[in-house]
Design a protein around this ligand. Structure first.
Ligand code: GRF
Length: 204
């Protein structure tokens, strides 16, 4: 068991970051959130971090719109290292991370995706599942590799798709499971009792 030093990257509401903070406060996850970075200046995730007294910063990612690269990536790595982060938690971070960040934290960047990968990578996984006519949808927490939403899977949770679902109601049902799945995946990492064999994360 090793206490995790987390650095959270987000762009939005920060409800997943909140679930991690709550698990730590409840004593069910041995970790500390060292810093929160957001690529949107007024992202709610920053306000949440401030409320909890967690150091946080806006990360200017210009000129890129969809990725974390160049000077912004360097600055991100610098801030994470300076804060003593050992595990990077992507929590609604709407940018593709590049090899620089992955090399700085080998096998220590995790992401949450609102679909049962490998189905429906990319944006709005829940809408893709609904439009496809799936009867089951869900969430995946995975290590990040060089692809988009392709890394080894740590935890998955499923939810039913109801006939009267809208994208909003389905996303809300998935988010309930997200908030269980992320602390669970981080507990696996904190336990140290796992190994990555090819695509498989073998736990225990
Ligand atoms: C979640 O649905 C997550 O799976 C996706 O973006 C959303 C972020 O929500 N990657 P929040 O900012 O954690 O509330």
């Amino acid at each position: 068991m090793a206490k995790l030093s987390l650095g959270v990257l987000g762009s939005g509401a920060g409800s997943n970051m909140q679930s991690v903070v709550d698990a730590i406060a409840a004593g069910t996850l041995d970790a500390e959130v060292k810093i929160v970075l957001a690529d949107v200046p007024d992202a709610k995730i920053l306000a949440r971090a401030r409320r909890h007294g967690i150091p946080c910063r806006y990360l200017d990612c210009a000129p890129w719109k969809t990725k974390l690269e160049g000077k912004a990536e360097d600055e991100c790595i610098r801030l994470l290292k300076e804060a003593g982060v050992d595990t990077v938690v992507l929590a609604g971070f709407m940018r593709i991370v590049k090899p620089g960040l992955l090399a700085a934290f080998p096998n220590r960047v995790v992401n949450i995706h609102p679909a049962l990968l490998p189905a429906f990578p990319g944006v709005h996984g829940w809408t893709q599942a609904l439009d496809y006519g799936c009867k089951v949808a869900g969430v995946t927490v995975h290590f990040v590799d060089a692809g988009t939403d392709t890394g080894p899977i740590i935890v998955q949770k499923s939810v039913p798709v109801m006939e009267d679902d809208t994208p909003e109601t389905l996303h809300a049902r998935i988010q309930v499971q997200e908030h269980i799945a992320y602390p669970e995946a981080l507990r696996v990492i904190a336990s140290g009792k796992y190994r990555i064999e090819g695509r498989r994360v073998l736990i225990g």
